[in-house]
Design a protein around this ligand. Structure first.
Ligand SMILES: NC(=O)c1ccc[n+]([C@@H]2O[C@H](COP(=O)([O-])OP(=O)(O)OC[C@H]3O[C@@H](n4cnc5c(N)ncnc54)[C@H](OP(=O)(O)O)[C@@H]3O)[C@@H](O)[C@H]2O)c1
Length: 329
């Protein structure tokens, strides 16, 4: 296996910095690592694996054929502009933005669920939406009961909006006015993530619905979502109300979740044991709990999930994709 030339774009952002941490923590071997951000960060020095790396400005000239794999952690419009340039220079892209996720020719990958899509693949690979990633990791082992419908309600941390979200929470905690969200987020809850569409759903809600169907390869799955921002720094929660096509015993569902890849079941509510963002932040797995039959229907359950949105919801998932690609080459 020959070592590869890697790059991280958006290296100064929340996701980019966490990608760098994961590359170090997971001992990813590389030939070279280059870091890119906006002009305002160019020249800053970041130490990775004891090597001082100077942040470079992202420009079209970067893609000159010298990069093998680039991890993009920038806004969608920048991914839309630079990812095709990268691919035409021979570089494979792992993109954290929403720019390519629903393109039918682009694999949308959660390694625990559908890594086989990127076997021997070169091109753009999309990293899904943060709430979608943690939901499909929990839903994947439940496919054996026949997934018919899922209703998501999310409780999403401010770090899901990047640095701007974290800064607005800190402002609010100090009694200062909000600048980033349309309302104060400290001591508040906003049923509003991303912009609203003509049908009344937000884009975030539609992303969860469409991306879940694509990743699970269940185009007919009935799905709905309500996405909510809460004053939590790190860790998204998703409550899932799931309907199966088949009869089931709750114990079988519990066993399937216990065996699920990348999943950790924390479920003893009588002893106050269930996942919360404060406990889960900084950890790799998706945590689930509060498993119970839905008393309003014959073949339904409720399941609560929590994951670190910057880790499994973004950077870790991207680095797991990178690891898979490296083992292929
Ligand atoms: N945060 C999450 O939980 C999460 C989860 C899933 C997906 N995502 C997606 O991941 C991407 C990054 O999100 P984030 O939360 O890391 O955002 P962020 O903290 O705001 O970071 C944005 C990054 O983009 C860079 N950037 C801005 N303008 C640029 C330009 N013109 N050229 C080059 N780089 C530029 C910034 O560099 P400077 O520091 O130089 O401005 C910074 O490194 C977004 O597409 C987001 O939707 C985020």
């Amino acid at each position: 296996m020959s070592l590869l030339n890697l790059a991280v774009l958006g290296a100064t952002g929340l996701v980019g910095q966490t990608i760098i941490e994961q590359i170090e923590k997971r001992d990813i071997a590389y030939k070279s690592l280059r870091l890119f951000a906006s002009k305002s960060s160019a020249g800053r020095v970041v130490t990775v694996n004891s090597e001082d790396i100077v942040i470079e400005e992202l420009t079209e000239e970067v893609f000159d054929g010298s990069l093998d794999i680039a991890l993009f952690a920038v806004e969608s419009h920048l991914s839309a502009k630079f990812a095709p340039l990268a691919v035409s220079s021979g570089c494979t892209v792992i993109d954290n933005s929403s720019a390519f996720r629903m393109d039918e020719n682009i694999p949308l990958v959660v390694p625990e669920v559908n890594a086989e899509l990127i076997k021997d693949y070169h091109g753009i690979i999309a990293n899904p939406n943060c709430s979608t990633i943690q939901s499909v990791v929990a839903l994947a082992p439940l496919r054996q009961f026949g997934l018919k419908r899922v209703a998501y309600t999310t409780y999403q941390a401010v770090s899901g909006s990047g640095r701007g979200g974290l800064e607005d929470l800190e402002r609010g905690l100090k009694g200062q006015e909000n600048e980033f969200y349309p309302h104060p987020i400290a001591f508040n809850v906003l049923p509003h993530i991303d912009s609203f569409l003509a049908n009344g759903y937000s884009k975030e809600e539609i992303k969860m619905i469409e991306e879940s169907r694509k990743i699970l390869d269940l185009p007919e799955l009935k799905a709905t979502a309500t996405a909510v921002r809460v004053p939590v720094r790190y860790g998204h929660c998703v409550e899932m109300n799931i309907e199966f096509t088949q009869e089931f015993a709750l114990d079988e569902v519990r066993k399937a979740l216990e065996k699920g890849t990348g999943l950790n079941l924390l479920d003893a509510p009588g002893e106050n044991i269930y996942p919360t963002p404060l406990e889960v932040a900084g950890q790799d797995p998706v945590f689930v709990g509060r498993l119970r039959r839905d008393i309003s229907q014959e073949k339904g359950i409720h399941l609560w999930s929590v994951a670190d949105n910057v880790l499994k919801g973004a950077a870790l998932n991207a680095v797991q994709i990178l690891e898979y690609l490296i083992t292929q080459r």
